[in-house]
Design a protein around this ligand. Structure first.
Ligand SMILES: O=P(O)(O)OC[C@H]1O[C@H](O)[C@H](O)[C@@H](O)[C@@H]1O
Length: 305
């Protein structure tokens, strides 16, 4: 029996009323999480969180209704885990967009429900035939989700090889928003970014608020700053603190690029903003043999006065 099947996972990891595993009709397995403060769904495919709904609030995370949810395909929305490269592979070798982590099957390590009502789920990924064929043999990645009123994620990579492990990584979070035209991200003022819409030209974010008035695809380098997404249509603020991440990417395809993304509805772009906790480009990680790198993202949502 597959290790990733609900029938084998439930006896080991289900927690009555809080955590259960289900097989989907499309052939994947997901984890249904319920806490007094939130509901969430995580697929073992990609260790991909597709839903985080704090009780009594608008959804925290956006999932495209047209997303593929099947083996071998990337999920559109939620929190894609990007590793070991970001975007197209850059060293001239073959490999899937944004790395193999988001299309790999992850192992469930543990589940836990705390007296405070927080569910913690940990998944891991190690080398398999596919990763070895791409040149990644001796690594371990692990991701921990703490799900409650807040969403806290820890992503760790360990180098089990005898040479440096060089990689990029990212939590490509699609935050749900009421209306992208009334959204602004704060916390990037003064940073230098690579503008992917403009031949990767280096530019400086000159304003306090980064507003979304057209398609945006920006890689902000050398920034560890906390961020606030002002989601005015839903009268709330989404706060993101991060550790171990030196790059922030923000992306929205707008009406311009959406027609090229068949797993988005024509109007989907209005309802999410990607603000991504990452280490990419000149902030990529070089990990010595035996070392572990950790990156954290802590999300909380507050009502706007
Ligand atoms: O369509 P995907 O492979 O999921 O990538 C979606 C987007 O991810 C990141 O935000 C990149 O900066 C974008 O250039 C890319 O288009």
């Amino acid at each position: 029996m597959s290790l990733h099947n609900a029938a084998s996972l439930n006896p080991k990891f289900a927690i009555l009323d809080h955590v259960r595993f289900e097989n989907t009709p499309e052939g994947l397995t997901h984890i249904v999480v319920k806490t007094p403060k939130a509901e969430a769904t995580i697929y073992t495919h990609g260790a991909h969180l597709t839903q985080w709904n704090p009780v009594g609030q608008h959804p925290g995370i956006y999932l495209s209704p047209k997303s593929a949810l099947e083996p071998g395909k990337a999920i559109r929305g939620g929190i894609p885990v990007l590793f070991p490269w970001f975007g197209p592979r850059s060293d001239g070798k073959e490999g899937p967009m944004h790395g193999f982590a988001r299309i790999s099957e992850w192992n469930v390590e543990s589940t836990h429900f705390s007296p405070e009502g927080v569910v913690t789920i940990t998944l891991s990924l190690e080398a398999d035939d596919h990763t070895r064929s791409l040149g990644f043999d001796k690594f371990r990645a692990a991701i921990q989700f703490e799900i409650g009123e807040h969403l806290d994620i820890t992503f760790e990579v360990t180098n089990h090889g005898s040479e440096d492990l060089v990689f990029e990584e990212g939590l490509h979070t699609y935050f749900a928003v009421g209306d992208i035209t009334k959204v602004a991200t704060e916390g990037l003022e003064g940073t230098t970014y690579l503008d992917k819409r403009d031949d990767l030209k280096r530019k400086v974010q000159t304003t306090q608020l980064l507003e979304y008035t057209r398609d945006v695809d920006q890689v902000h380098l050398n920034t560890t700053a906390a961020l606030t997404i002002h989601d005015d249509a839903w009268k709330r603020e989404i706060h993101i603190e991060k550790q171990g991440s030196n790059t922030t990417v923000t992306w929205n395809p707008w009406s311009v690029l959406s027609p090229g993304l068949p797993d988005l509805d024509p109007e989907s772009w209005k309802h999410f903003v990607c603000v991504e906790t990452v280490n990419v480009s000149e902030n990529k990680i070089t990990l010595a043999p035996g070392a572990t790198h950790r990156m954290d993202s802590n999300v909380r949502i507050t009502a706007k006065a």
